[in-house]
Design a protein around this ligand. Structure first.
Ligand code: BES
Ligand code: ZN
Length: 622
């Protein structure tokens, strides 16, 4: 066990013994002294230079009357000037300094309050700046990497700590801001943001936005491209390139229904509209819960609504994450685990228990597999010390172990009581942040003690602070998946023929489980037989493809390598490609081949995806 940890921050290489869970070790900002309430952006989107350029005005308050130095986060920004003013007086230039760059955190920007403002309790700080060539939040896509192939596209991905690479600000979820923005683009392109997009906005090259609800910086988002809109419901719609607009509107047709159901279950939807933006394939995640406008991977366009649990997930973040926000990235399970739980509740109402059981079993299997790869200290939901890059967080722990804890609580207290607890949790902490420890106290006071004798604080602490799963953890179970697994075995034992197993009629989740249940020893002929019976190598379903090609790589099934490479070129979502590279790299003979395939495909990937794949392909980077 680590008794004393080194914080992985550039600002402190000292061993830290007392860890303050409310402090964000992933930000330089001195938020106890100054706090931002509102942001005004005026940015020009320059596709030629691959640069955002303009100004940010931070409306700040001084919390500590003696403080005279503001520290902001930045990464790779070229800041050309800083000025400060009281509410309606003219701006005066301020001294500032950009500190040494830390590889994970970027650089602190230290701004001196001019002497005559030292008594002010609120003021505006204006920074003129341009983004750097490797801004970690930005991806600039040439036309050939878009659906239409004619116009460029750019998008941001600010979570976890990338907002600082396109806006100088206090980049911590502990601070919430409202914002306004003016975005200048080429006049034939449309800009959209995590704000009040108006579906009827004419294309003009100048777009104005307003976000009246206060949000943490990781939810700041912008995308610009040849984007069009299709309505899905009264309050919902989808933005994307015209080439995939119909397919997107078809796939996500039930979004309004999802929204209405979610609001009925979890409390009022507090954000106005809920739209989707379907991005080009390089978008590194399944989805990103940017408020009012979830960013979505096009790999969900399976043609049969089978992957819409990702939409349910991003929508559910409108409560868990966007409304009640993890205080720091160490508390990420409160965002993701709670959201996975809400996602499953929503999916149960909309698609039935069988589908949810299937998805829960698949998540559980991923969790069990991952326990083998994760050191015990990192298996806790809230590890004792934050370290490393928050992008390398242990996703499966946050998502699936977090979800199981909430399921455990539901099982312990009954759905009705637990739902009441959740409703008051969202209400009491709306537009606030929460640490794991505060959650524990709140849970203790409002649930554990109120219904004493069911689940103890110590039992919950075991989930939060100990590795693995407690013995009494729920074990997801799905009859349809059990049947799929049994048939996989029965076929290998010659008890049934493939044409007697209607995999094509099953849910994709059952097909995934079928593939994963095949025993280690299958001959090349058997794998060929499977592929020709079910067409796994040609599937349109990204999750089936992912599962199949991981198996293909692990088993070194070379006849399918050409199709495997096509899979790696077709998709950019990290989840769909990185594990396939990993399986090749770890199968004992194909590391070089994996590197070659990566060399060919990497121009189409996002830097986050590239970094992940590199951990498998480059020695010593993990
Ligand atoms: N907020 C996450 C994506 C994220 C996590 C970005 C951590 C940066 C750092 C998003 O809501 C998410 O969880 N996406 C999942 C969806 C899935 C769990 C349904 C994804 O991308 O796979
Ligand atoms: Zn999420």
């Amino acid at each position: 066990m680590i008794a004393i940890a080194f914080l992985a921050t550039g600002c402190s290489k000292e061993p830290v013994e007392v860890y303050d869970p409310a402090h964000d070790y992933f930000s330089f900002a001195n938020t106890e002294q100054f706090i931002t309430r509102h942001l005004e952006l005026d940015l020009t989107v320059d596709f030629d230079k691959e640069q955002l350029r303009g100004s940010a005005i931070l409306h700040m308050e001084r919390l500590d009357p003696l403080a005279t130095e503001i520290i902001l986060d930045s990464r790779g920004l070229d800041i050309s000037g800083v000025s400060i003013s009281l509410a309606d007086s003219p701006m005066v230039p301020a001294e500032f300094q950009v500190g040494e760059e830390d590889p994970v955190l970027g650089s602190p920007v230290t701004i001196e309050l001019p002497a005559d403002l030292e008594i002010a309790s609120s003021f505006m700080v204006r920074l003129e700046y341009a983004t750097g060539p490797d801004a970690s939040a930005l991806q600039w896509l040439p036309p050939e990497l878009t659906a239409g192939g004619k116009q460029p596209f750019m998008f941001t991905q600010s979570q976890a700590i990338h907002a600082r690479s396109w806006v100088p600000l206090q980049d911590t979820p502990a601070v919430r801001i409202t914002y306004k923005a003016v975005i200048h683009t080429p006049s034939n392109l449309l800009a959209v943001m995590s704000a009040n997009n108006n579906p009827l906005t004419p294309r003009s090259g100048e777009y104005e936005f307003e976000m009246p609800q206060p949000i943490p910086s990781y939810l700041l988002a912008l995308a610009v491209g040849n984007i069009f809109f299709a309505p899905l419901g009264e309050q919902t719609g989808v933005y994307t390139e015209p080439e995939v607009l119909d397919a997107s509107a078809f796939e996500f047709a039930n979004t309004q229904d999802m929204l209405d159901t979610a609001a009925e279950m979890f409390g009022p939807y507090q954000w106005g509209r809920y739209d989707l933006l379907v991005l080009p394939p390089s978008f590194p995640y399944g989805g990103m819960e940017n408020p009012r406008l979830s960013f979505i991977t096009p790999s969900l366009l399976a043609g049969d609504h089978s992957l819409v649990s990702v939409i349910a997930h991003e929508l559910a973040h409108s409560w868990s994450g966007n409304l009640v926000t993890n205080r720091t990235w160490r508390d990420g399970w409160l965002n993701e685990g709670m959201t996975n739980y809400l996602e499953s509740r929503l999916m149960e109402v909309l698609y039935g228990k069988e589908r949810v059981d299937e998805e829960n079993v698949l998540g559980y299997k991923e969790l069990l597999l991952n326990f083998d790869r994760i050191i015990p200290e990192r298996q806790a939901l809230a590890p004792p010390f934050p370290s490393g890059d928050p992008d390398d967080f242990q996703g499966t722990i946050h998502y699936h172990k977090g979800q199981l804890l909430l399921q455990y609580l539901e099982n312990g207290f009954g759905r009705e009581i637990f739902d009441e607890f959740l409703a008051s949790y969202f209400d009491d902490f709306a537009f606030q942040t929460i640490t794991t420890e505060r959650f524990l106290d709140y849970l203790d006071e409002n649930l554990l003690k109120v219904h004493e004798g069911k689940i103890s604080r110590e039992q919950v602490e075991q989930w939060l602070y100990k590795p693995g799963l407690p013995d009494d953890a729920p074990k997801p179970h799905s009859e349809s998946l059990d049947r799929a697994a049994a048939l996989a075995i029965a076929w290998t034992q010659g008890e049934v023929q493939l044409d007697e197993i209607p995999v094509a009629e099953w849910s994709p989740q059952a097909a995934v489980h079928f593939i994963n249940s095949l025993p280690a020893s299958l001959s090349e002929e058997q794998l060929n037989e499977l592929d020709s019976a079910y067409g796994f190598s040609d599937t349109r379903n990204a999750e089936i493809g992912r599962t199949w090609f991981i198996q293909v790589a692990e088993r070194q099934h070379r006849p399918a390598y050409e199709k495997l490479e096509q899979h790696l070129n077709r998709y950019g979502r990290t989840r769909l490609v990185a594990p396939v590279y990993r399986a090749l790299a770890e199968n004992g003979s194909d590391l070089e081949l994996a590197r070659e395939m990566f060399t060919n495909a990497r121009a189409s990937y996002h830097p986050i995806t590239i970094a992940k794949i590199n951990t498998f392909l480059l020695p010593g980077t993990e």
